[in-house]
Every structure is written in C-alpha cells, then in structure tokens.
Design a protein around this ligand. Sequence first.
Ligand SMILES: [Ca+2]
Ligand SMILES: [Ca+2]
Ligand SMILES: [Ca+2]
Length: 243
Amino acid sequence: MLKILAVAAATSVCALSVQAAAISVTTFDAASYNGSYGVGAIATEDFEGLGATLGEGEVGAPFSTAVGDFETLGGVGTGGTVTQSAPNSGEFLALRDGDVFGRTNTTPTDGDWSLDSNDTFGMSWEAAVAGGASFNRLVFTLLDGGDTGAFLRISAGGEEVELRTGGRLANGNAQIVEITFASMVDVANVVLGNYTMSGGDTLRINDGFSVDGFQVAAVPLPASVLLLGGALAGVGAMRRRKS
Ligand SMILES: [Ca+2]
Ligand SMILES: [Ca+2]
Ligand SMILES: [Ca+2]
C-alpha cells in the first residue's frame, strides 16, 4: 500500500514538470552564436537547404523542417513585405533571402535564408525531432520584432515573455531566444505572437519578424532537479524498506 502511494506521488510531480519552461531573450552576436552553433544539438535548422530547394516566397502550412512544423497564427499581411519585393498573398509564412525591412539571415554567418512571419499575426512552432528523440532545450534567433508597433510575445510551457513592454525596438534588432524545459519532452509548442498592446489579447499584422539558427538539444538536468529526483527515489526506497 505504501509503495503504491510513493509511486503515485512521483508520477504526479513528473507530469507537472513537463509543462514547466523558462524563456530567456539575449542579444544576438554572430561570432559567438554561430561559432558554437549545432554543438551538442540533436537537430538544427538554418533554412539554407530549404531556401535553396524551395526558393523565396510563401511556404505551405504546416511548413515541415528538421526541428518541427511551423504555421502562421493567421491574419493577412498587407505591408511592404507582402506588396513589394517578391509580392505574395500575405496569408502564410515565407522563406526569404537578403534583407527584408531589417530581417535577414543570421545563421550561418555566410548564409542567406531565414523564415519570415510575412506580416501575419505571427507563428506557431511545433518543436519535434525526427525519430521522436526527447529534448529539453530550444534555441533560435529572432530579428526585427517590435520595431513598427507590435508587442511580440513568446509563449511556451505555460510561460510568456514579451520582447518589449515600453518603446519600439530598433529596426533589425537581433535576439537569441532560449527555452528550457524542466524535464525531457518529445514535442513542444512555441508561439510567437504580435499583439496590439503589452499584455493584451488582440493580434496585430504588419510588424514582421524572422527566425533562424534553430537548435534542439537534450542537456543534463540542473542539479536542483536531480536532487529532487534523488529525494523522491530515496523516499520511495525508504517506504519500500518499511513495508
Ligand atoms: Ca524592420
Ligand atoms: Ca539561415
Ligand atoms: Ca518588424
């Protein structure tokens, strides 16, 4: 009886921790980021192969890559991104080369391609790796968010981070987004949404952003998590001895 209770308690802790994530946003530096790009990763996506194969323009929904599927959050872009260079419908994400209003390739340093929100509301990324390998760390670069009025919000694992809460960011601003999960997961949904106001729930078009340099990794769990797991195992063992 005691043994069954101990197992149930451990299972419920694991189920909760699957959802827990931490999101950090730091300034992108090409030499630093690209210098160690892919080291220790189980999957990467820099859009160079996809760009060379598919060419510039809108992509399907979902758009399948080595790090999972991408889709627009909806909305129809009507900005210069859609109406000027490489005109398109504004209804889907787009592969782009060159510089599009401050969005450009970040990775590799001599690359050309990135994935653009194409002036839609934003994008949803269903992170997953071929073969279903587990992971607990996602990293990518994010360019040109929040420079023409939108509040770009990154959501994953029940956590949210806004790229800005005050004034507009600079054209072409370049960030590294890192998302770590408290335990290994097989799939994770990351949402990058443009809102009309900080903390609001109304999505907004025409403040495009681009992503590139994706890395999916399985890294050793922090000592605190290992200690918690060890403590639970210890409790289980103690109860088994008593029973
Ligand atoms: Ca811009
Ligand atoms: Ca690239
Ligand atoms: Ca923008």
